[in-house]
Write a protein that binds this ligand. Structure first.
Ligand code: ADP
Ligand code: MG
Length: 688
């Protein structure tokens, strides 16, 4: 069997699972293909032992026992006990919340069973509390030793996920190797199949938390997949010369901006003009701290392209940001007579008309989310692609966009000469180290906006224990601030307060009309109207999830409260803080933490209080993440790379580069490799 015949099949081809479980798997593993599960790695281990004399607190005890007696307690507040015998040893199985009928059925008197669970020694003897395994005695041998514990989603148990993964391994053939044997030897790499297998069968906790040979192999593969895609981008970009685009004033000459561009903005724009006027396709990144004013630079670049008769696209990572850009650009171009439209995944009613209008060139500027990347979206003559918050997108998405540029004009009405213009302008507030840049984006030119527009007040950052919330809200109620109140998205499985509970609390303090809620599950129109009302100062306090994290620009809002600040990475905290301090009022960022806060968490909060400098924070962030903080890594925003951290792994990147040089880029094997590391990313599920 070829790898492509089973790696990309749905797991249901190999494991019997319900539709409901499939949904959970998709949420948990980012997809429900075989490869999605195989690349969902354990984050911890559980040891099970049969040694009743020497087990540790962390271990679970697995025993074959005979049921002797049920002891129902006098009242519901006492535990239910089942007395069992393991050879000559007597012990108790304890249940707190119990259903006596169910327990009688599960533990019939006289029956021999295998049980496994947390155990403790008490004066009354050995107890197993709420065993998580109760099964036939012949299965006992499967419940001894180290088992993998996976990151889960509410509703999905480790048992279900482990079972699915084990069944996959049982039913698939060995995954064919895509790196030739001589290179495996040269770089002393484990075979791909062996590496995947080893990761799912950890022997101890070191196998999880350290860069084992197996994990290194997968990291190399991920970097390799990226390298291959980058080469493909370069190749496709070089297939075409781009048209020369020069400012001609037809549209830009009539533009009236409400402010003067800063010197850095002008410098960036000049870099872009040079790129556009050259026959080499533009591939440029504009870097600038949050609030530096990148949007207007993108807008002016798009106008240049449009006044030369081409179309432009602005791609944003969230619907909220796309809608904001749409309305900003609409306002700025009020008297310019250009046709701007917006395309979102959730709004399909307008789609057929939009598809038509893109092909006949009547939409000149399209703003949108990932929806734009869908295969049926074609352009008449796309001349520039702007990718906002670039770090939120993977290489794959860029490839898709460049292909759209190159294919544009082929099916349009009337037919246009294929433009072959693949100019890409990426924008990012997260400064990216050079090695990472090369690894992620290939040959990319960088322009930096260092200084923010004049007149901005620095944001004062304060850190409080959440117990101070009463005093805080009293102060806020008396002030005439407009406030963002951010709660992290919390899985239902965690017994923490969620956003609606917080909203109710705040409703009791502020008047109900002053508080509104915003989260990723709302419809775009609803989100839009909440954001607009907030912008128009119709209410005071916006309780939100991190859907507002990137890009949202509401200058009148001047207070940002972040709950569970200790759970966020530095980059994310800085992005969130960047939502305020955009107007002329003094701005505040209030970080609320809940105990306990890890050492690294404390350091992050301290750094946030000490500096507003995004570049400095990002350096510190990398240092902290280098210390092995997994939370920071996940939340750093580089979510297209899951297995490889560039900063620590420059040598792996070099290795990937060399292997990529030796591989046949057009072979089936490399295509499979790239596809393995492509996860379906979509707006609301990833960023909600
Ligand atoms: P970011 O770089 O974070 O994307 P934005 O492009 O959203 O920042 O700009 C932040 C705010 O600064 C916006 O309200 C924008 O209108 C304003 N702005 C941009 N450039 C200037 C300028 N040269 N002078 C004054 N305000 C500006
Ligand atoms: Mg922006």
């Amino acid at each position: 069997m070829k790898a492509s015949d089973f790696l990309f099949s749905p797991v249901t081809d190999f494991v019997k699972i319900s539709d409901h479980t499939i949904k959970l798997l998709k949420k948990c593993c980012g997809g429900y293909r075989v490869i999605d599960l195989l690349l969902h790695f354990p984050s911890s281990i559980q040891n099970r032992t049969t040694d009743v004399d020497n087990f540790s607190d962390k271990d679970k005890l697995t025993l074959v026992v005979q049921v002797m007696e049920h002891v129902a307690p006098a009242g519901k507040s006492h535990p239910y006990k089942i007395i069992v015998a393991a050879g000559t040893l007597k012990l108790q199985i304890i249940y707190f919340n119990y259903n006596a009928y169910y327990l009688h059925k599960t533990f019939p008197i006289g029956e021999t069973l295998c049980v496994s669970g947390n155990a403790q020694r008490t004066i009354g003897g050995l107890q197993i509390i709420h065993p998580d395994i109760v099964t036939q005695p012949s299965y006992a041998k499967y419940h001894v030793g180290v088992e993998a514990i996976y990151p889960l989603t509410a509703g999905l148990s480790n048992k279900t996920l482990s079972y699915a993964i084990a069944t996959i391994f049982k039913n698939i053939p060995e995954i064919p190797e895509h790196i030739p044997p001589d290179l495996l030897n040269k770089y002393k790499l484990m075979k791909f199949h062996e590496a995947i297998w080893a990761i799912h069968h950890p022997k101890n906790i070191a196998d999880i938390v350290t860069m084992t040979e197996a994990r290194q192999r997968i990291a190399v593969d991920e970097l390799l997949a990226n390298q291959i895609r980058l080469r493909q981008i370069r190749e496709t970009m070089n297939e075409h010369r781009s048209k020369i685009i020069r400012e001609n004033g037809k549209i830009t000459g009539r533009l009236k901006l409400p402010f003067k561009l800063t010197r850095d903005q002008i410098r960036c724009l000049n870099d872009i003009k040079k790129d556009l006027a050259s026959p080499d396709p533009m591939n440029r990144l504009v870097q600038g701290d949050v609030g530096a004013g990148k949007t207007v630079v993108a807008f002016l670049s798009m106008l240049l392209v449009i006044e030369n008769g081409f179309q432009a696209v602005l791609l944003a990572p969230t619907e909220i940001l796309a809608m904001q850009h749409y309305s900003t650009l609409k306002n700025l171009s009020e008297n310019l007579g250009i046709n701007i439209d917006i395309m979102l995944g959730s709004n399909r009613r307008k789609r057929p008309l939009q598809i038509e209008n893109l092909k006949n060139n009547s939409i000149q500027l399209l703003v949108g989310t990932h929806a734009i990347l869908e295969d049926n979206i074609e352009f008449a003559n796309l001349g520039l692609v702007v990718i906002d918050e670039q770090h939120r997108f993977g290489v794959l998405q860029r490839v898709k966009l460049i292909k759209k540029c190159q294919n544009s004009g082929q099916n349009s009405t009337p037919p246009t000469e294929s433009s072959g213009v693949s100019n890409v302008l990426a924008m990012s507030a997260t400064p990216i180290p050079r090695t990472l840049l090369l690894g992620c984006y290939g040959d990319l030119n960088v322009s930096t906006i260092k200084t923010k527009p004049a007149g901005r007040k620095p944001i004062e950052t304060m850190v409080f224990n959440v117990s101070k919330i009463g005093e805080l809200t009293a102060r806020l109620r008396e002030s005439d601030s407009q406030i963002y109140w951010v709660c992290p998205v919390i899985e239902e499985s965690e017994a923490l307060m969620d956003i609606t509970t917080r909203c109710e609390y705040l409703n009791n303090i502020f008047s109900a009309s002053e508080v509104r809620i915003l989260h990723g599950k709302m419809k775009p129109q609803e989100k839009n109207s909440v954001i607009n009302d907030f912008k128009n100062k119709k209410f005071k306090l916006l309780v939100s999830t991190t859907v507002i994290e990137v890009g949202v620009d509401i200058p009148s809002a001047n207070v940002m409260v972040i709950e569970h600040a200790e759970r966020f990475g530095l980059a994310q905290l800085h992005q969130l803080r960047g939502r305020v301090g955009r107007g002329s009022d003094a701005a505040y960022c209030i970080l609320l933490y809940h105990h306990p806060v890890s050492k690294i968490g404390q350091r992050r909060l301290q750094l946030m209080r000490e500096t507003n400098d995004g570049f400095l924070l990002s350096e510190e962030d990398l240092k902290l993440r280098g210390a092995g903080d997994i939370l920071g890594k996940e939340q750093s925003g580089f979510n297209s790379l899951r297995f490889s951290e560039f900063t620590d792994n420059y040598s792996l990147l070099k290795m990937a580069e060399e292997i990529a040089n030796a591989l046949d880029l057009k072979s089936e094997n490399t295509a499979v490799l790239c596809d393995m590391f492509n996860r379906i990313e979509n707006d609301t599920s990833v960023f909600g």
